[in-house]
Design a protein around this ligand. Structure first.
Ligand code: GLP
Length: 259
């Protein structure tokens, strides 16, 4: 696992965008796993800049999003469909046909249908040749995607009930009203995420310092789902100084090359 500590949020996201752009340049038909949340926003801004100013070409790239709330229409401003279109897709030349986001409109009372849908979503990732890179943020409680503490480390794409902590954390996007935060989500599983050829996890700010400490230097445990990245052969953690402030080890300040 490569751990890179950058001075601030801006430098962290620029480095992450550089890693992603390198893959897109080397393999124009690559498959990228994308994430939502405030953390990757700067990465998407930088990728948009690279598209506009440097001609970074996304026309052959396939994307799969990690997760989506259940019950929010794709047009809802807090749905991950809306987020991705608003913050990335509509600004670059991705082909709509190659964009995949879990459906938000599944019927929670029909669990068999949801299982079938989730299997189908996984099947699409396999048909696309598997993920070349999976971008990840991290929850304050160590969750990745919506794999909450206690999630099986081998889990596949499935429906998850969100924890009270995650709903409280995300209430800031729902007028600070927890009742508006959906209770369920579809998320790629930890097992699905681990199959990506590269896992790129980002974190910034003091509120993530404990989660990063447990992820990078704690025991591997289902209670901190992100800690499983320690087992991945090509995991890169890029954090800013605040998020890395509890780490004991001294880590590199820059990535030279992926290989
Ligand atoms: C949500 C998302 C995660 C994300 C996390 C942290 O729960 N499902 O994918 O990593 O929030 O979000 P933020 O980057 O806003 O702190």
């Amino acid at each position: 696992m490569l751990i890179v500590v950058k001075k601030n949020y801006d430098e962290m996201t620029k480095e992450a965008a550089r890693v992603i752009s390198e893959i897109v340049r080397e393999k124009p038909s690559c498959t990228l796993g994308l994430a939502t949340g405030s953390t990757p926003l700067g990465v998407y801004k930088e990728l948009i800049r690279m598209y506009k100013e440097e001609g970074l070409d996304f026309s052959k790239v396939t994307t799969f999003n990690l997760d989506e709330y259940i019950g929010l229409a794709p047009s809802h401003q807090q749905s991950y469909h809306y987020f991705m279109h608003d913050n990335l897709f509509k600004h670059i030349n991705l082909d709509e046909r190659f964009i995949h986001i879990p459906s938000s409109m599944v019927d929670v009372s029909d669990i068999n249908r949801i299982h079938k849908y989730c299997d189908w979503y996984e099947e699409q990732t396999r048909k696309a040749g598997g993920m070349d890179l999976q971008l990840l943020g991290i929850g304050v409680n160590g969750h990745i995607g919506f794999n909450e503490p206690g999630s099986s480390l081998g889990a596949r794409t499935r429906i998850k009930t969100l924890t009270q902590k995650t709903r409280e954390d995300n209430a800031r996007f729902f007028n600070n009203d927890i009742d508006q935060v959906p209770k369920y989500a579809i998320t790629m599983g930890v097992g699905t995420i681990l199959e990506s050829r590269i896992v790129l996890l980002l974190a910034s700010g003091k509120q993530k310092a404990e989660a990063i400490k447990m992820t990078a230097e704690g025991p591997i445990t289902a209670m901190v789902p992100a800690s499983i990245v320690q087992m991945h052969r090509k995991a890169i953690l890029i954090v800013d100084e605040e998020a890395g402030s509890l780490l004991d080890m001294q880590y590199e300040q820059f990535v030279t090359d992926l290989e």
